[in-house]
Design a protein around this ligand. Structure first.
Ligand SMILES: [Cu+2]
Length: 196
């Protein structure tokens, strides 16, 4: 490899001149180009997913004691499932545990913004709902919050996508998505956090 000192005063141009002066074998040059293209493709896919499909990492870290979920107000058995907060937002609280999602069955409206709040009561789980942006890890000790919309009515599978034990491949469930106009909103939530 050989470099020639650049005479340009523009630092970027000087860098380009220096780069062009380096001898790179044409095969190496080809592989560098392919690598850069692959990186560009991945960054492009991530950017499109983030801006157009709502695929983002969780934006906040919210902790919870997984061993005493049943004693917490928010994830006590009676408060699980679909609720509507004081602002009219639909919040769905679900617990993942070996080997199921609780509650077992929920009805949600199609074409409506829904906020899911997931917690694990034992080990690491995941949840994936095909045809939506719902794909998150459910880490014990943390609340995983994901906002999503179901594009059309139907039965949507709910799959655990993190190996959680011998029964992992049986850990799945369904969500019934019904037409917006047929969906009946539950009574307003009495959970303290929903009344702010
Ligand atoms: Cu699993």
């Amino acid at each position: 490899m050989q470099t020639e000192p650049s005479k340009s005063t523009n630092p970027i141009r000087a860098l380009c001149d220096q780069f062009n002066a380096i001898h790179i074998d044409h095969l190496e040059r080809r592989w560098i180009s392919i690598s850069l293209l692959v990186i560009g493709l991945f960054v492009g896919i991530i950017t499109i997913d983030a801006f157009f499909h709502g695929v983002n990492p969780p934006s906040k870290v919210e902790t919870i004691d997984s061993a005493s979920l049943h004693l917490s107000e928010e994830f006590a058995e009676d408060n699980l499932g679909v609720s509507v907060n004081q602002n009219g937002e639909i919040i769905i609280r679900m617990v993942a545990g070996r080997y199921s999602f609780f509650p077992k069955h929920i009805d949600v409206p199609a074409e409506t913004q829904l906020t899911f709040r997931w917690v694990s009561m034992d080990v690491l789980h995941g949840v994936h709902i095909p045809m939506t942006n719902m794909s998150t890890m459910i880490v014990p000790g943390y609340v995983a919050e994901v906002s999503t919309q179901f594009p059309s009515p139907g039965e949507y599978p709910l799959l655990c996508n993190e190996y959680c034990g011998l029964g992992h491949n049986h850990m799945w469930s369904n969500i019934s998505v019904i037409a917006k106009e047929d969906w009946k909103a539950p009574v307003k939530s009495s959970i303290k956090g929903d009344q702010q």
